[in-house]
Design a protein around this ligand. Structure first.
Ligand code: PHE
Length: 463
């Protein structure tokens, strides 16, 4: 059903193969969300039942939205703002849809301003691990190491600067020479490191206890907030609703199947999150530590375990390398939509645009650095800048973007356009996608919002 109209071409170039796109998109999806956030939210929500709900959310809501976002990106073949304006005009005579692109580009900018700070800690931890700082350390010493990093703004700013530099370094080179080349190396290495760690935790950790914790559904431990954080996390971990997938979609060759790629990437992202859980929890249990530690799980609990296991220094170094690589390929996908927009709308060259945007995000990121020390008491709407930026993007902007994308693909775009782009040979598969895009995904987002409003009300009353 390929339509006869002339296909557009992206001014940024295109992925050289389906594999390149799969690697780039899974690079975007697999990040701090999988390795830092997923284990700790699964931990605080009691494990098994949470994991089950998360899987349902990823496949019922995340997968159709990912397909919609790629198809929109490929049809427009511009940066998210221009693409949404262009398709809005074509499908409904309304250019205002470009606001959805703006929401995405703005969101990516804000996410990277705190993402880079946590990623910087991950890079710092590679060096802490190599130098054997965790070996034999007691809980107080580990807490002091983490506190010394977050509490000292100069140290934290240093690692944030380094990480932003790494991100800019790749993106200035462009889609094929920069992004594609980076993911072709980093993603296979990442998978290799993860499998090594899995082998270790099977042999040395309390693997069965870890399996039970992750997969035995204990529904009594699941709260409504737990269900909604599973849904919210499905958006974050798949990078959907934020223009990143749309930007990458603009570079997808015409003959690549959107549905097959989406299934692969969603499967990969979920698999990596689950395997990470199976690496972390058995090691945590083998050391008699608490899986419900919260955000400090991988920066405090896990290093404590690493310090007391055979080969701990090597395992710790491997783990934080993995975390840094995963964060790096995601950061690339966060800056790319902004870069594409600035180069296309202002006619600025990619290197100049990337450096300028990198500096701007870096500067905003200093507020995240300061959120753990000098500005820890400064309240931006939802707590510190760091907490507010996370709350605003994960709980408001991402779901809102996902909602708009699902509605646009499901209700505004014609069947001819979406079917022509998806080219699903099985009519039932197309109907299933359309149903999910029209009803399931938007309804799920409304739920996240009601939750967010509840939280807002509660904060208002509490403060
Ligand atoms: N999916 C990434 C992660 O899990 C984060 C991300 C969100 C990246 C939105 C791009 C866009 O860490």
């Amino acid at each position: 059903m390929v339509t006869s109209e002339a296909r557009r071409r992206s001014p940024q170039g295109s992925w050289t193969s389906r594999l390149a796109f799969v690697l780039a998109l899974s690079g975007a999806a697999v990040g701090l969300g999988n390795i830092w956030k997923f284990p700790y939210i699964a931990g605080v929500n009691g494990g098994g039942a949470f994991v089950l709900i998360y899987l349902v959310c990823v496949f019922a809501v995340g997968l159709p939205i990912m397909m919609s976002e790629i198809l929109i990106g490929r049809r427009g073949r511009r940066n998210p703002i221009a693409t949404m304006g262009l398709l809005g005009e074509e499908e409904s005579g309304n250019r205002k849809w470009s606001l959805v692109g703006l929401l995405g580009v703005g969101g990516s900018f804000i996410i990277l301003s705190y993402y880079s700070v946590v990623a910087g800690w991950a890079v710092a931890y590679i060096f802490e691990s190599v130098s054997g700082d965790f070996a034999g350390a007691n809980p107080d010493q580990i807490t002091a190491i983490f506190g010394g990093l977050t509490g000292n703004w100069v140290a934290s700013a240093f690692w944030h600067t380094l990480f932003m530099g790494m991100t800019v370094f790749v993106v200035v080179r462009g889609v094929v020479q920069g992004l594609e080349r980076a993911v072709r190396v980093l993603m296979p290495v990442l998978l290799g490191l993860l499998l090594l760690l899995l082998g270790y935790s099977m042999v040395e950790g309390e693997f069965v206890q870890g399996l039970i914790f992750m997969f035995e559904p204990r529904f009594d431990e699941l709260t409504p907030t737990g269900v909604l954080s599973a849904l919210g996390h499905a958006f974050f971990t798949l990078s959907i609703g934020m223009g990143a997938v749309m930007a990458y979609g603009a570079y997808v060759p015409d003959n690549v199947s959107i549905s097959a790629t989406s299934v692969t990437v969603v499967g990969m992202d979920t698999g990596i999150a689950l395997i990470t859980g199976l690496v972390i929890f058995p090691i945590v249990f083998a050391n008699g530590l608490d899986p419900a530690e919260g955000p400090g799980l991988i920066f405090v609990t896990l290093p404590l375990a690493f310090g007391n296991i055979p080969g701990g220094t090597i395992v710790a170094t491997t783990f934080f390398l993995l975390l840094s690589f995963a964060a790096w390929t995601s950061a690339i996908s966060l800056i790319e939509p902004v870069v594409a927009w600035v180069t296309e709308s202002r006619g600025i060259s990619r290197p100049a645009a990337t450096i300028g945007i990198g500096v701007a995000i870096w500067a905003l990121g200093l507020l995240s650095v300061l959120s753990f020390n000098a500005m820890a008491d400064v309240n931006f709407m939802w707590g510190t800048y760091f907490d507010s930026a996370d709350f605003l993007t994960s709980n408001i902007m991402l779901p809102a973007g996902g909602f708009a994308i699902a509605v646009f693909a499901g209700w505004i775009m014609s069947r001819r356009s979406t079917a022509g782009e998806l080219r699903l040979t099985n009519p039932a598969a197309y109907r299933l996608w359309r149903f999910a895009s029209r009803f399931v995904a938007p309804a799920a987002v409304v739920l996240i919002f009601l939750n967010a409003i509840g939280v807002l009300g509660w904060l208002g009353m509490g403060g």
